[in-house]
Design a protein around this ligand. Sequence first.
Ligand SMILES: O=[N+]([O-])c1ccc(OS(=O)(=O)O)cc1
Length: 521
Amino acid sequence: QNTVGTIRNDSGSYNGYTLLYPANSTETYLINNCGEVIHQWTSTYTPAASAYLLENGNLLRTGKISNSDITFGGVGGKIELFDWNNTLLWEYTYSSATVSQHHDIFPLPNGNILMLAVSTMTEAEAIQAGRDPFMLSEGKLFNEQILELEPVGMNQANVVWEWNIKNHLIQDIDASKDNFGVVAENPQLLDINYLNDANPIANWLHINSIQYNETLDQIVLSSRILSEIYIIDHSTTTEQAATNSGGIYGKGGDFLYRWGNPEAYGKGTSTDRTLFSQHYPHWIPDGFTDAGKIILFNNGNSRAYSSVDIINPPVSAPGVYIYDETTGYGPTAAEWIYTDPEPTDLFSSILSSGERLPNGNTLICDGDSGYFFEIDTNNTIVWEYVNPDAASGILTQGDTPTANLTFRAKKFSEDYPAFFGRDLTPGDPIELNPDLSECTILSTPEFVFDELIIHPNPSSHILNIKTNNTIDKIELYDLVGHLVLSVKANKQIDISHLSNGLYLTRIISGNHSITKKIIKN
Ligand SMILES: O=[N+]([O-])c1ccc(OS(=O)(=O)O)cc1
């Protein structure tokens, strides 16, 4: 039995490439299901927490730089963008005595980057914002902010949008302050004095994730300490985002939705909690099982087991969340919950993730053990991998792993555009003295083009090929296998000179191809 690297690869596993960015390592790896390294990037920094492989093959990665003033787990301060060949294209530093990037970022479709950060409120500012003066154990309080960065040059950015939690607070202890009000009547605001039984530290929210839904133009955040997730509008201007009006949903930067701990907004008690220091809430992508719902890793602090949960927020229209004056935001419970058959056998108090895969499997990262596992639709474990790149260095097969934490696991399909035209020849596994005797890459499912349509068919003259994938080459074969036509990078071919009959059209994209029948008439 292997102790690190791939532990299991059964026939039901999803055959793709997994991005691995160990928390204590400067390396980022792309591995196949046997744990063989397909590609690797090297930074000078360990990650703040997250990293992303972009569709163009670039790696966008957070980095941890030292900051003696802002020190909580997940503090980074840096973002780096590498191309496929590990050339640093851009870097950005957001770190000082009073601000820091931390945990997560999100690459937007337009090339901008959403960045999570804290900025320090002084004791006086916190009290002016309604914080109970007895709840300022560090003499400061962190304002959580989101900055949208438009990269400029090699190491600069324009901040093109901004949101700050300090503009969306409420409190019921000091009527002399502007934001005094009834917490239970204002679920769109955050009670600055709700501690959820935590110590009154500066990092009172510990936001650990930012994810984005392009269709809705909404952002979902996750607070580890308050055990709540929050959805806000991204369609606002920066000015609107500081208020309670404007944007597609008309609420400015106020919460559109919150879930996990209704006690936080006066709609329940601690027994109504459904989330426990959760991580990585994100919308399941279109085309996947449970698309549009929110999946997350529910770490389970204070209940001592972790789960992966899917919730389906009730809406009256897309992105418009139903609020019940008595019970608050629904649903009352998650729609799907995965726990280990022996629930306490899966427990990670920090980090971690769960994500749906294209074939309906679910990939789970037990972060504090650096353990990735994939379950099929019957909850059977079909793939297991243990990160061998630990704080002490690269582990050897057979070692008992320690300090090999991982923030998230993300598996990409073989047809993810980043892989087109790349050399994906497997190298060695990461671990020393590897043992792949039990592992084979079991299946190479046919490459699926994203909605490939050939029309008209039959055709006497022109064939049009409609697909979002890049077409590198089109080949036409007759029924005895002779190549009769070969066209480079085109979405249209002229077949008027061919004799009538049946042909096979082979469409090539990177190192994948698909073959379709067409009729010339
Ligand atoms: O040890 N860390 O690197 C670490 C610990 C906690 C942490 O915050 S959490 O909310 O993601 O668990 C982030 C990073």
